[in-house]
Design a protein around this ligand. Structure first.
Ligand code: GLN
Length: 492
């Protein structure tokens, strides 16, 4: 075996073009690794070996014919299971989509396929991307490759675990409140949530449409930049995708941060404690050393981000998930194993069909959010909840506009703690929701944000990964990636 699972995209690209290895060999090696490890990790829900080998063969033929190949061509990666790939099972980790075979491709999938990427399979996640630990998957939780007793984070836990364990070179995740960045932080890899609109959401199973973004999880910032360059750009299938063409983001990775102004949030600094605080302070110090100017800033309304999110997100969830009713989309109750039907199929009316299908098909967490959202949107409550939350959202956005007059980037920890143990936060949903305290604001206001591995923290005598987060100005992925990369290479 060639043991290439620790290499980054560019290194593997060089091995391919120098004919040291073929894409088929590379792909086979990744499947061998998945076979060996994934019974313990459960990062994948579906493997697409046939498709992967077909894609790899095509690249090998090009190389053999002397045709120049792109950076991502022939490089195997994984796709979160809420992104549609034609002919491939796409469940969003929900029982209601247990037998759903996507009849079309997400735009990001088309772009990666056109760029010649190889798809290993679909990764595990919290059901419909609702969660912070991947414990809420209907297909069993994913384990953190760093410590199997701990969660990999979520909802893109399978994607983060696949990259961290060498079961994929790169992976795609989705991020509505932190689902790319938080698992990246827990697993010790890089996770990028692009600016809202930078990447088309077409073909992503929507959670909360005004907050969702697709982005890469990779081992390095450079790899994230490579994937972003492939998947970004305007798309006529997504009216919210921004009118800016894709570009080569690797050009901005100069290793330089001198002259950049980086803001640290006063309120956050005061609340940090223990090992996470120490880890974060080291990151701040490193940026100072590298020549960035560190400034204290205030985001007075950011403290309302979590309550605002837990109104807006469930409202959008309740609307987006209405289509999974056993008629338009999703399985009927009687198609599941071991169901006790409340209504006999031949006797029940349409509403009873919906009720049965949703009762058996949808898990407790999405149900909780559907109920919260339906309540908040209902007549008489709309003004008090949804409308008010949208107004506060504007105030938070104004805080960011003001902050970005003084600084280029904002630096925070990604998570309030490193990876926690299974079951630790399942009893109390609020404890789980608090995981997102630092990440949610970027989705509320739409700015790009990245999680980069910072100094590890010690818990019970073990070193655990801890990420830090940089947030950039709207559509300024250039400076975001530049600063993230500068830290990475300075600390390698
Ligand atoms: N953990 C957050 C939630 O459960 C964020 C999820 C996400 O970003 N998809 O809502």
């Amino acid at each position: 075996m060639l043991h290439v699972s620790c290499f980054m995209i560019k290194e593997l690209h060089n091995k391919l073009i120098s004919k040291e290895i073929t894409s088929v060999q590379l792909t086979e090696e990744y499947f061998a690794r998945i076979k060996e490890q994934d019974k313990n990790l459960n990062a994948y829900l579906t493997l697409t070996k046939e498709l992967a080998l077909k894609q790899a063969r095509k690249v090998d033929e090009k190389i053999a014919a002397g045709v120049e190949i792109g950076m991502i061509e022939g490089i195997p990666g994984a796709i979160k299971d809420n992104l549609c790939v034609t002919g491939v099972r796409t469940t969003a980790a929900s029982k209601i989509l247990d037998n759903y075979i996507a009849p079309f491709d997400a735009t990001v999938v088309i772009k990666l396929e056109e760029a010649g990427a190889v798809f290993l399979g679909k990764t595990n996640m919290d059901e419909f991307a609702m969660g912070s630990s991947t414990e809420k998957s209907a297909y069993g939780s994913t384990k953190n490759p760093v410590d199997l007793e701990r969660v990999p984070g979520g909802s893109s836990g399978g994607s983060a675990a696949s990259v961290a364990s060498g079961e994929a070179v790169w992976a795609l995740g989705t991020d509505t409140g932190g689902s790319i960045r938080q698992p990246a932080s827990f697993c010790g890899v890089v996770g990028l949530k692009p600016t809202y609109g930078r990447v088309s959401r077409y073909g992503a199973i929507a959670m909360a449409s005004s907050l969702d973004q697709i982005g890469p999880i990779t081992k390095t910032v450079e790899d994230a930049a490579i994937i972003l360059s492939v998947i970004s750009g305007e798309d006529k299938m997504d009216a919210t995708s921004a009118q800016s063409p894709a570009k080569d983001y690797t050009k901005y990775l100069t290793g330089e941060v001198s002259g950049l102004k980086i803001g640290v949030v006063k309120d956050y600094l005061e609340k940090l404690t223990g090992e996470v605080k120490i880890s974060f302070e080291k990151v701040v110090e490193k940026y100072r050393e590298l020549g960035a100017e560190i400034k204290e800033i205030e985001l007075p309304n950011a403290k309302y981000s979590l309550p605002v999110y837990y109104i807006i997100m469930p409202c959008e969830v309740s609307s987006n998930l209405a289509r999974f009713d056993g008629v338009k989309f999703g399985m009927r109750a009687e198609d599941h194993e071991d169901t006790q039907l409340d209504f006999l199929p031949e006797d029940r009316n349409l509403i009873e069909t919906y009720l049965d299908s949703r009762r058996y098909g949808i898990g407790a967490e999405p149900k909780r959010r559907i109920m919260l959202g339906t309540y908040a949107l209902s007549s008489g409550y709309y003004d008090a909840y949804y409308l008010r939350a949208q107004k506060v959202r504007t105030l938070i956005k104004q805080d960011f506009e003001k902050a970005f007059e003084a600084v280029d980037l904002i630096l925070t920890p990604t998570t309030p703690s490193p990876a926690f143990k299974f079951g630790e936060k399942t009893a109390d949903p609020i404890q789980m929701y608090l995981e997102d305290i630092f990440t949610i604001t970027a989705n509320i206001v739409g700015v790009p944000a990245i999680s980069v591995p910072g100094p590890t923290v010690e818990v019970d005598g073990k070193q655990l990964p801890q990420g830090f987060q940089l947030m950039g100005k709207w559509f300024d992925e250039e400076n975001l990636l530049r600063a993230a990369h500068a830290y990475e290479i300075a600390t390698k």
